[in-house]
Write a protein that binds this ligand. Structure first.
Ligand code: MRU
Length: 333
């Protein structure tokens, strides 16, 4: 991804490895500061995932793969590392997929090589998602996205942002509405930062404004996913379900962009997806300031489930599929 630093563009990944250290763009600090977090063992990796230094399903998967490689090369108890990494966040399927993939592939390829392959495969898959999804975007389109499903969430390109990047690079004049995405503000802090770095025209909108714009002038909605069940029900950032309902009510196409590593064919429907609930403070405070009265309680589920009936298409590395077509992706991991 392009990153603007001191007035100059450079290319960066969200996650990378050099020697025995794994580096992350620290997503807690953006957009105010571009700081790099260094992980030297699997415990640092588990910390980074649990505390949102790195977030977004495919990027979490990649971090997990690097974490497993560190545990294996440092002769840690691999079972324990696998348990600790899997315990960080429950919803994103890529996390579990990556740990299992490493357990299978590291003995064949070597731990370091396997993790490097996992990361470069994710980048390739996201590039293909961009090419497949880019065809759905026409010159002049206005697109709405929720949360951050960009390069920060996937190492490079993104899932929902990949078609947007490709359409823009092909010279299509597009405009993106970026939901701010309360409470963690992945939209206003991260997606807007990525779009600014790429000079893609956009505006941040309050989450509550999405319905207004979908009704008025949005041509399509594109979001990412954290886990997609066998029937196409999927979990994504809290608030996604509402956007899908409003899109359907206004005949606006609603697309879900995700690699096949996000599909969980072991569960039949969205009812089986475990939804992470994070701290009340994310709701009762903002930027360190308390925004609720003393003693107020809050609930903070960070994902919701959208039923497959509301999805116009799943944009994957293998093409675009309706909810009925995703069965053909089973086994193509
Ligand atoms: O809690 P987060 O920030 O990890 O949630 C991320 C999302 O919901 C993304 O939309 C999803 O992981 C897709 S990322 C390509």
């Amino acid at each position: 991804m392009k990153v603007l630093r001191n007035g100059r563009h450079s290319d960066m990944l969200a996650v990378w490895r050099e020697g025995g250290t794994v580096y992350f763009i620290d997503q807690r600090k953006l957009p105010g500061a571009l700081e790099i977090f260094e992980a030297r063992n699997y415990r640092d990796i588990a910390f980074a995932i649990a505390h949102m230094v790195v977030r977004g399903a495919p990027a979490i998967g990649c971090a997990a793969a690097y974490g497993m490689a560190l545990a294996m090369t440092q002769h840690d108890n691999v079972e324990e590392a696998s348990r600790a990494i899997k315990a960080t966040r429950p919803t994103a399927h890529d996390l579990f997929y990556a740990v299992n993939w490493m357990t299978e592939m590291a003995p064949r390829l070597g731990p370091v090589e396997a993790a490097a392959k996992y990361a470069s495969d994710i980048i390739d898959k996201c590039r293909l998602i961009g090419q497949n999804g880019g065809k759905l975007i026409s010159d002049g389109d206005i697109i709405l996205t929720h949360c951050n499903a960009g390069a920060l969430a996937t190492v490079d390109y993104g899932t929902a942002l990949a078609p947007i990047r490709i359409a823009h690079s092909e010279g299509k004049k597009i405009f993106v509405y970026v939901d701010e995405t309360r409470p963690w503000l992945q939209g206003s802090r991260l997606t807007a930062w990525e779009l600014t770095n790429e000079s893609i025209p956009h505006a941040i909108i309050a989450d509550n404004a999405a319905g207004h714009f979908i009704r008025k002038d949005v041509d399509c909605v594109i979001v990412g996913a954290d886990r997609i069940a066998a029937n196409g029900d999927f979990a994504n950032k809290i608030g996604t379900y509402e956007k899908a309902v409003v899109a359907r009510a206004n005949d606006v196409p609603f697309y879900v962009a995700a690699p096949v590593s996000t599909f969980d064919f072991t569960i039949t429907s969205g009812d089986d997806i475990r939804i992470e609930e994070r701290s009340e403070e994310e709701i009762t405070t903002m930027g360190g300031m308390r925004i609720a009265g003393p003693g107020e309680q809050a609930r903070n589920p960070v994902f919701d489930v959208t039923p497959h009936e509301l999805v116009s298409g799943f944009i994957t590395e293998y093409g675009v599929f309706g909810p009925d077509g995703i069965k053909s992706l089973h086994g193509r991991l």
